[in-house]
Structure formats: C-alpha cells, structure tokens
Ligand binder design. Structure first.
Ligand code: SF4
Ligand code: MSK
Length: 635
C-alpha cells in the first residue's frame, strides 16, 4: 500500500519517459508503489550522502559534521579524509567485484566451451578470437581456433588470479598512459588480489592516508575496466558475436497484448542467449498458440537488454527506472532476472499483477521470487521451464492489460570494431578519419555518456538534455547501459538525429550515415570506450596518452557502486569524468581536492560534479576545449 505523501507529486516530475509516466499513474490507481514513490517518501540521509560517517569498527559508528569537516575526528582519530577515502574505496571494491565476477562467469563459460564440456554454446566470432589473442601477444598464424582459445583462456585467467605482475590487457594501454600507471604503482595485478587488498587497507587501523588509499582505488578500478569488464566484453563477443549496427525498437510499446511477453533483466548475456533459443522452439510457439497467443514476444531490460539489443536486435522495453513500471502494464507474462540492478521492490509489483518473477543465478535470490537455477551446462533446462511458466500465465492472465503505445526505433551496436569499419572503410579499418575530423575541428571531441537512472532526479531528463547540448556543440557521443536506452527513447540514436548536431558533426554523420549518438552496449562494454580511446592515441595526432585526448565522460543519473568503479577507472585512465545526482565526498576537503584536482596534475584524469545538464555539458566542453588548445588544434 502506498503512502499518500507523494500523490501530490505530478508524474511528470518523476520521469520524462511518457510510458513510465503512464504506468506510474496506473500504479497509483491500482495502489501500487514504485521506487519513485519510495524515493519521494524517503529523504536521503544527509550524513551518508556526504560520506561523513564510518562504521568500520564497533568503537563507532562515528558521525562527523560535513559542515565543519575538520572540527571532529572518529573515536580512533580517523579524519574526514580517511573516512571518506575508505568509504569511496569500498564502493570501488564492490563495483569492481560485480564487473569482475560477471567477467569471470563469462570466462568460466568460455573454458567449458573450449574444453568441449559445454556444447550449447560455441565460438561464434573467430575473427574476434584472433584479434583479442593477438592484442596480448598470442601467436595466431597457422593455429586452430581451439589452440588459440586454450591459450587465450589461460592468459585471461590471470586477469583475476595474478598475484604479481600486470594484467594481460595492460598490453592494450597506450605506452605513455601505462608509464604513468607504473610511475604511481597502480598497474593492476589480478582483480582478486586488488579487491582483497582494498578490503584489507580500509579495515580499521590500516591505511590512513587518503592519497595512498586513492592509489589502491585506482589500481582496483583499473582491474575492473581493463580487466574484468574488458574480459566480459571480449569473451561475450567471441562466444555470441561482435555487435554491428541494427535498427531496433525500444520502449514499453514493444510488449504485445496478444502475445506471451517474456522480459529478461539483469546483466550476464548467457541467460538471454539461451532464452532466444527457447522462445524459438516450434513446440513452444505451438503451445503459445494453443493457449490463445499469437506468438512469444521476448524483450530485454537494463543491461541484459543492452547486450542482446546490440548483438541480435532483440527489442528493449526500458531502463533501470522502468523495471517496476513495465510490470504495471499487466502484460508481462514472466520476468526472469540474473544479477545486478534488480530491485527487491519488483517482487511486490509482480505479485500485484500475477507476473512470476524468476531468479536464475545462485548469487541472486530474492525473497518472494521463484528460483529456477540457470546452469551453463544445460542452459535450456531453465529457460524452457521459464517459457512454459510464461505461457501458463498468459493463459490465465487476470490482470487488466494496458500497454503504453510508445515505440522508438533506433540504430545500436557500434562496437569499437564497427566504428573502425564505419569510419575507416574496412573491418580492419582505422580511427584515422575520426582523428582527422577532430584535428580539423568538424568534431570538437568525444564524450562517453553512460550509466544508470536514479529516482533522485527526473528519469532520462539529464541524459537527454546533456547529450543534446553535447552534439549541438559538435561533440560525438558514445553511450552504454541505461543512458543509451534513454537517448533511444528520445529518438537520438537514428541517423536523422544528425540535424540536432552542430554543423561539423552533422556533416560527418551525414557523410557516413551514422547517428550523432552511438550505442555501444551494456555497462561492461564501457571497456569498448577504453579501446576506442587507446586507438585514437595509437593513430596519432591527438597526443601520447589518453589524458591528452579531447574527450570527457559522464554518468549524469548514476545510482550504483559499479558506476563509481567505472567512473574511477576512466579517471585513472586519463579521462575527465563528471557525475551528477550527488557525490559522496564533502566539498572543500583535501580528499575532494585530490580527486577533483590533484589526480590530473599526476597524469591521470580527474573527477567533476554537477547536477544540471547544461552545467555538466559546460564542464565537459570546457575540458575538451582545454585539451584541444594543449594539442595546438585551436589557435
Ligand atoms: Fe569510528 Fe574509527 Fe571505528 Fe570508523 S574505524 S567507526 S572512525 S572508531
Ligand atoms: S543496468 S548499473 S542501472 S547503467 Fe547496467 Fe543500468 Fe546502471 Fe544498472
């Protein structure tokens, strides 16, 4: 039962997504609560928001005063800088753990496919297999795919397990950037080691120098971006195919009243890949018809959706803040989830509409949901069972169905390989034309706009207005995750959106036939942006390190610890990265100065913060212009 307090708040203040607005309105009439309502009814804790509290031991918890940060210390004597740095480090550790565990699952699957123990999946992209192997110095000439894959597996395992040395993908880092990392001792070893060390160092009574803690934040975050996340992306491409652009429908209108609707939500692609097989089984299609449906309709949400949107052109029903709203349609016959960004609140909403909510991963069970475990060794066993349940729910649908008719068509699937191809004219093309267009000023710079949606700000609004402002100023925008879906719903992922771009970017888009906003995939696919940046350095003309490039990043509506890890690996890689909503550090403290100023002087990127889209755009564009000037591109 919802409280009355938020009933006054117009739904337009919660979200710019029309379909989600319609569903919140319906939810209000049905007496159903969503995270929007809960956020309106629960003020964020002001002490936690500033990260001014510590509960790392039981002499505390200790609460400092953000308004007088140096007026007090914790019982152990910990200063505000130590407390904030330790809290920040643990967010990085948690976010990095999520991505690296995801990557490790993909690597486990790859190992079992390569050694023949799993036969339901296979290596789909041998060209990518060879390219990844070559990138870390594995000989491919005259060798079979199996031989290459065995050696690649062994090498990539050290991304997680290496107790010393450097992770394999450090070989892809531009030499000058790597030199900076080596100088500051932040080249990552295996992720397990780095995450373990961060947890040790942030224990009570260990590392109490915020600059030293920040070093381990950088090392751990880099083990995510250039390690766990990059392995997740590359192995998923090898197993399931490297994305290339597809035109596809996005938004809640992809649900179909007269079909069995199945939604997959979460992050790892293997569940979804198996579900694609299951829904195409003729026996299930027949069974769905026998139950009175016209067919089976499969759609994705969040990053699970982003993975298959770019690889297979499966429709996407909406981003993080629409996952409860989509259930309010009454049209979802089953929602199956795996890991990450799955709100516990889904259970109640699903229950209200008689939609089975299925957990599938042993790492993520939710009280009140049904668990049907997914196993890579017999994947279809669980996805078949889920389809059967969905058909049965369709047959017995009791909830009134109301599907918002919003559908947007956009082009997605710009892997860095495809960007190469698109701009360079061959699959082994080059970023030369991109660099040339930046040098001649048609493209002012490149921005990565990524990340979640968050009920503390109007859903999609900051993403959309920020991206519009960037492209208007000739900044090419690369996107992943929930942000990409926000822009797709706003119609900016189409080549026609080029008319919203400044004259230079518009000319490039029209010549190539590409949108001014390029969707690259899921959150782990932020690694594609790192590779694109490395390629831009390698091609030349834009400096020697990633920190020299006229680029900037942003997660304007972030909500997760994963986003903090992503933000910090971009910063450690040399990118100015602006976050919106809130930033968990007290302004005016030494730790704040370290992250927002000093890291840049050490050869890294730096953090930035602003809430309003125009202000974020101004910060990013100013930074791009500063880098252009330093390169001598704008006299
Ligand atoms: Fe308080 Fe120090 Fe314990 Fe943190 S570690 S709770 S600051 S006494
Ligand atoms: S799903 S981490 S809400 S982007 Fe990757 Fe979206 Fe953020 Fe989850």
């Amino acid at each position: 039962k919802k409280s009355d307090k938020d009933k006054e708040i117009p739904v337009q203040d919660f979200t710019t997504c029309d379909a989600t607005q319609q569903m919140i309105t319906k939810g209000r009439l049905d007496g159903v609560d969503t995270a929007f309502d809960r956020a309106a009814n629960m003020k964020a804790c002001p002490i936690g928001a500033d990260s001014a509290c510590c509960k790392h031991c039981f002499m505390g918890p200790c609460r400092l005063n953000a308004k007088d940060p140096y007026g007090k210390v914790g019982v152990c004597g910990a200063t505000i800088d130590t407390i904030m740095a330790r809290n920040f480090a643990r967010m990085v550790a948690s976010g990095a753990a999520a991505h690296t565990d995801h990557g490790m699952s993909m690597l486990d699957l790859f190992r079992e496919v390569v050694n023949g123990k799993i036969k339901d999946y296979s290596i789909k992209d041998t060209q990518k297999l060879e390219a990844v192997a070559q990138s870390i110095g594995i000989e491919t000439e005259g060798r079979s795919a199996k031989e290459i894959a065995v050696e690649l597996y062994e090498a990539l395992e050290s991304t997680y397990t290496a107790v010393e040395g450097e992770i394999p993908f450090a070989k892809r880092v531009p030499p000058k950037t790597l030199e900076t990392w080596r100088k500051h001792g932040v080249v990552p070893r295996g992720a397990m080691r780095e995450i373990m060390e961060i947890m040790h160092r942030t224990h009570m009574g260990v590392d109490q120098d915020y600059t030293n803690i920040t070093k381990q934040c950088s090392r751990t975050a880099l083990a995510d971006g250039w390690g766990g996340s990059m392995v997740a992306t590359e192995i998923s491409d090898i197993l399931f195919g490297t994305p290339s652009p597809v035109s596809i429908e996005v938004n809640m209108g992809v649900l179909k009243e007269d079909q069995v609707n199945i939604i997959i939500h979460g992050h790892e692609p293997n569940l979804f890949e198996s579900m694609i097989e299951s829904v195409n089984e003729p026996t299930f299609i027949e069974a769905a018809k026998a139950a009175g449906a016209k067919g089976i309709n499969l759609a994705g949400m969040c990053c699970s959706g982003a993975e298959v949107l770019v690889r297979h052109g499966i429709p996407h029903a909406g981003n993080f803040m629409s996952t409860e709203a989509v259930l309010i349609t009454g049209a979802v016959d089953i929602m199956a989830v795996d890991v990450q960004c799955i709100k516990q609140g889904l259970v109640k909403v699903a229950e209200c509409y008689g939609t089975p909510l299925i957990t599938t991963n042993p790492r993520c069970r939710i009280e009140g949901a049904t668990h049907i475990e997914f196993n890579d060794h017999e994947p279809k066993k669980s996805t078949d069972e889920i389809v059967i349940k969905a058909i049965s729910r369709f047959k017995n649908r009791k909830a009134k169905v109301q599907i918002p008719q919003n559908v947007n068509i956009g082009v997605h699937g710009f892997s860095h390989e495809y960007i190469n191809y698109m701009l360079g004219g061959s699959f082994r093309g080059s970023y030369r034309p991109l660099n040339d267009n930046i040098i001649n000023g048609r493209i002012r710079g490149v921005a990565g706009v990524v990340g979640c949606t968050n009920p503390r700000v109007k859903q999609d609004h900051v993403h959309i207005e920020l991206v519009k402002e960037l492209i208007k100023n000739d900044v090419l925008v690369l996107q992943t995750g929930c942000s990409q879906i926000a822009l797709a719903k706003a119609g900016l992922t189409t080549p026609e959106a080029a008319h919203l771009a400044g004259p230079g970017l518009r000319e490039v888009c029209e010549t190539v036939g590409m949108p001014p906003v390029l969707g690259l995939g899921s959150c782990v696919d932020n690694s594609r942006i790192l590779i694109a940046a490395s390629e831009m350095v390698r091609i030349g003309g834009l400096g020697d390190s990633i920190a020299d490039l006229p680029v900037a990043g942003c997660a304007p509506e972030y909500m997760s610890e994963k986003a903090i890890s992503i933000g910090h690996y971009f910063v450690a890689s040399g990118v100015y990265t602006v976050f919106g909503v809130t930033f968990p550090i007290v302004q005016g403290t030494r730790f704040h100065k370290h992250l927002f100023e000093e890291l840049e002087t050490m050869g890294f990127g730096k953090w930035g913060f602003a809430i309003e889209p125009q202000e974020i755009a101004r910060l990013m564009i100013n930074h791009i212009d500063k880098k252009r000037q330093a390169l001598g591109l704008d006299k």
